[in-house]
Design a protein. Structure first.
Length: 302
């Protein structure tokens, strides 16, 4: 626990960051174990991809998957202001399980290292390393048999929510710049993504001291990235929420991407009357179900 004598630099409902750079997280992670039961609707397992950093992924696969069946592959990056959240927690485990069952896809969810203990851009680099690890299975000779046997690397999707949406976009930019052999990114989905504005983002500045924390930083405003024209993916789907404080930043990137040199298709779904990431916290509501249905349709579109 952080000392009461410390001065709070950033006061969020679910965490405090103090002026000495330490953090106090208030919400415990409700750990959900994986299940490799072949009779379950969805199987899951954790795989460490880098023993030195400890970065891991949680892989989700439909339980009833024919041996030779190839399924679209989703690389998902969780949100949490780069500070909180886990692929092993109930929120993301349950959401990815639901998505995999409904869309009939394989999902790989990235457990990147959290700031401020691991300052940005570590989360970006960890997620890119995870994507490269996934891409290493494109020749069916990677270390994980599920990906070797069942992933369709001609139909790869990258997405995430909040800070994870920001990271997912960065992964897509890097993927386009790297032109990984055998991997075709079909689409990108950004769910209530965290991008930057003209004013300094105080929290981001603390988490990434080397950044201006404004919209001249290509990670906070990918529209100014000279690589944007070659970003991987043929389609990008933005999910926005009317009462999300980050809505206007995401809308600005949506508009900028449409006008950029990138030649893909840009779509948007906005939920009226709801706030940031409502679909994760209240997944059974009609509007959250509508978000899930739109995402499933995006992943399954021919």
């Amino acid at each position: 626990m952080a000392s009461d004598s410390k001065e709070i630099a950033v006061d969020m409902q679910v965490f405090h960051i103090y002026n000495d750079g330490s953090i106090q997280r208030f919400l415990p992670i409700q750990f959900i174990p994986t299940s490799d039961d072949p009779n379950a609707a969805v199987r899951s397992k954790d795989v460490v991809i880098d023993s030195e950093t400890g970065v891991s992924v949680r892989i989700f696969m439909p339980g009833r998957c024919d041996r030779n069946q190839k399924l679209p592959l989703v690389v998902y990056i969780h949100g949490g202001a780069f500070c909180i959240g886990s692929v092993t927690g109930a929120t993301y485990h349950n959401y990815l399980t639901d998505l995999v069952e409904k869309a009939n896809v394989i999902a790989v969810s990235v457990q990147y290292r959290l700031a401020p203990e691991h300052p940005l851009p570590i989360a970006f680099d960890d997620s890119w390393a995870a994507f490269q690890w996934v891409a290493g299975h494109a020749n069916s000779n990677g270390p994980d048999p599920w990906l070797n046997e069942h992933a369709d690397f001609r139909r790869v999707f990258v997405g995430g929510d909040s800070a994870g949406g920001n990271i997912a976009n960065d992964v897509a930019v890097r993927a386009g710049d790297s032109k990984l052999h055998g991997v075709e990114v079909e689409g990108i989905f950004l769910m209530h993504p965290w991008f930057g504005g003209k004013e300094v983002d105080k929290l981001y500045k603390i988490l990434c001291p080397t950044s201006s924390a404004r919209d001249d930083d290509p990670r906070l405003n990918p529209a100014v990235d000279p690589r944007i024209g070659t970003m991987a993916g043929r389609r990008v789907l933005f999910f926005l929420a009317e009462k999300d404080l980050l809505r206007n930043r995401a809308k600005a990137y949506y508009e900028a991407l449409k006008k950029s040199e990138w030649s893909g298709e840009v779509e948007m779904m906005e939920s009226e009357g709801d706030g940031h990431c409502f679909h994760l916290f209240h997944p059974k509501t009609d509007k959250a179900v509508a978000v899930m249905d739109r995402l499933v349709a995006f992943l399954n579109a021919p």
